[in-house]
Design a protein around this ligand. Sequence first.
Ligand code: NAP
Length: 265
Amino acid sequence: MSHSLSPRLHNAAFAALGLDYVYVPLPVRAEDVGAAVRGLAALGFRGANVTIPHKAAVIPFLDEVSDDARLADAVNTITVEGPVLRGYNTDVEGVRGAIVAAAGDRLAGEPALILGAGGAGRAAALALSRLGCRLTIVNRTPAAAERLAALITAGVPGAHCRWLALSDLTSRDVKGQRIVANATSLGMAGEGKVPALLADNVTAGQVVFDAVYASGPTDFLVAARAAGAIVVDGLTMLLEQAAEAFGLWTGLPAPLEVMRDAVRR
Ligand code: NAP
């Protein structure tokens, strides 16, 4: 869905700043990824976003790739400067910006639990470990949680990261956290719910983040707010990652409120 909101929010931001840019959605087939990326400079593009399923496939066609994108094995933003193509993962900044707006950035040593070890889970794990949080990564498929914990431990200096199978999670694990994040697709329409073990055990004062974005608050965030937690929604992450991409393309600070209004409309 982010690809359907991105044209709206970026075009509103370009218009608000009087920039002669336009953001257009362009579907690309898997077999055409290389040709599409290589054509960006020749066609006069300033940059691009990349969505699922091409986030890893574009990497071999780029001249430079940021550390976060390399670690996440996912590029969601490309910049074009002359012939040079650079890849970034602004989802990491999306999570960081959304959490910091709610909780501040003095999170060193704070315990944080992330449910999910896919693309959003990797972004959340990189963002929170770089903020100094002590991470617990929980996933339905334990091997993916184990792989992500190993990647964070090896890739982020000073990181503290353990992992758990979702089936081994206890209410104590949830209650002991400062930050609890859902980085799975649970909570999206038709995808099932965030397990009650999480939703029912968040506590007042915790920061509860849901990467899922919907037209209203997800059931998980409704439960968290009722428990007295500080909630951070997926739309905030989407806006923060878009603002980071906007800055990379234009060199200007993004007009966040304009972008927020554009997606609310
Ligand atoms: P993904 O790479 O496919 O990963 C999906 C994750 O969800 C995996 O950890 C998977 O666990 C878990 N999962 C799926 N169904 C489950 C179930 N029934 N029970 C337990 N776990 C389940 O997807 P993604 O790219 O990370 O996206 C996840 C969510 O984040 C989506 O809703 C997406 O829209 C959202 N997102 C939001 C933003 C934003 O800007 N707000 C950015 C990126 C993604 P297994 O490993 O066991 O399969």
